[in-house]
Design a protein around this ligand. Sequence first.
Ligand code: GTP
Ligand code: SPV
Ligand code: MN
Length: 602
Amino acid sequence: MTAPTKNKKLLAWVAEVEKMCTPDRVVWCEGTKSEYDRLMNQMVESGSAVRLNEKLRPNSFAFNSDPSDVARVEDRTYIASRTKEEAGPTNNWIDPVELKKTMRALYTGCMKGRTMYVIPFSMGPIGSPIAKIGIEITDSPYVVCNMHIMTRVSKKVLQVLGDDGEFIPCLHSVGAPLEPGQKDVPWPCAPIEKKYIAHFPEKNLIWSFGSGYGGNALLGKKCLALRIASNMARNEGWMAEHMLILRMINPEGRKYHIAAAFPSACGKTNLAMLQSTIPGWKVETIGDDIAWMKIRPDGRLHAINPEYGFFGVAPGTSKASNPMALASCSKNSIFTNCVVTSEGDIWWEDIGCECRSGTDWKGQPFHSGMKDKDGRAVKGAHPNARFTAPASQCPVICPDWEDPEGVPIDIFIFGGRRTTTVPLVHEALSWEHGVFMGATAASEPTAAALDVKQHLRFDPFAMKPFCGYNAADYFAHWFKMGARMDDKAPRIFYVNWFRKNKDGKWLWPGFGENSRVLKWMCERVDGRVEARETPVGLMPKDGDLDLKGLNISPDDYAELMKVDAGLYRNMLSDIADYLKEFGDRLPSQMTHQLEALRKRLD
Ligand code: GTP
Ligand code: SPV
Ligand code: MN
């Protein structure tokens, strides 16, 4: 196939990779429907994909991964900057020269028997000044089809790139070469000790080997749009964050833009598509995972969603919890590690109906209520099962979601999964205090990364697995951005939807009811409500959080809002230990904020 570009750097890179990986053939992707259909047909024929019932789930396909390849692998993810200090204590580091040597050996001949696809894609609207061009090389047709949905794949990207434009090279292989005559498996991948998700920030280069799953393989997402982009953003004075973006509209039509950072599988997709339970208030979705933000001439921070689709957590998604996500994946979608029912539709835990019979994500017969030999309930879908759906199919997608100017952010929210200690909502006393809150955010682990061992881990700004440089410098960057924006900086809040009572039940109904908390934030921004000061921050005065029509007992409400100074004091030493890891690089504002918090708690 002749190359559809004259870009010298691109041609040289593709030739170099072809020589190293020795695929049987090279295909340049164009992002067309016929390309998608052709690859899907091939995968259905080879047995790696199942075509779902056209009447129930039009143009949709189900895949099951290898049981060893179901989530991001944080232990195998590396920031290979020149020095270990540049990567910082929150990242895995290997010397880039050494890592390249190891990986070159793995890549040598790794595409034997396979096709090498070259995917030109744009993060952000094609040609917009805020967008970045990536080229992913992969030997996985599953990755190509997912990239069609998650990013803008098109010939136009190569036109914009031109003969000497810059792009971010993203090399991916499943790491499973085929000998002549060897039959392929449905989900090829390499064993865990050969998996590497590597980033070379000084070169803006991504090398991924051995996994076909999600953020390990769809390299535009976490690798480019967060790890590489966060490093570029620091150098160029903007921000790349693990944040949803939404627009909230009040009954008078005033628009508020909110960006929220919660760790993986902690509710970004849910909040982004929230169905408000307060009459007259409404939410529109702009993005559900990643925000790129720049200070514009108006002095405010404007955000765009660089993605084109949603790679959403499937289990728990139902008409009750997230009807808009369910509608988004009603057609033209890919499902990974879900149940396929005998009618040819998909199913997962808490989808809102029973599964009478089907095939689980491991290919075994399944029905709701099934027990294993020890009498334990069997799960049909993997806890990190995902749907890949076009963002344009979300019924509440914001009409301005592709505006290259972005939307001006009024409110930042941080949060995580905390069954105790942290109240439903509190507001930062200042930008510095807000940055401290984000930097010391902690959360209980989820299925999005199964190799996280701690019961509670610090996940600063929900970026622990995604910050492409030293997190201490990243905190400093946040302080600097605030200073540049001054009184035009977004207001900062912290939420916890996940507090439980003594019997282990959620204290807060969550989901659509979270609109009540957002409304209070909007009213704070407009100066319509006062707040009461607590040692940890500003909280709603009695009666200010709209609870009309909600059935929550006064005792549960008190528990939900409780700030136990003793429990917070216990956390201070954990915070101090965690911050010590950053040594001299830690911005002095962080130590000041810690001391101020200690004083307020006394
Ligand atoms: P990534 O795509 O991994 O970055 O995650 P995400 O933050 O988009 O996660 P998502 O919104 O898909 O979170 C899914 C999990 O959060 C499910 O287990 C939901 O049930 C749970 N969840 C979301 N919102 C709420 C809420 O308001 N209350 C409670 N209790 N659970 C919630
Ligand atoms: C996350 O884990 O935060 C995700 C899913 O959004 S993945 O793309 O697999 O990283
Ligand atoms: Mn995410």
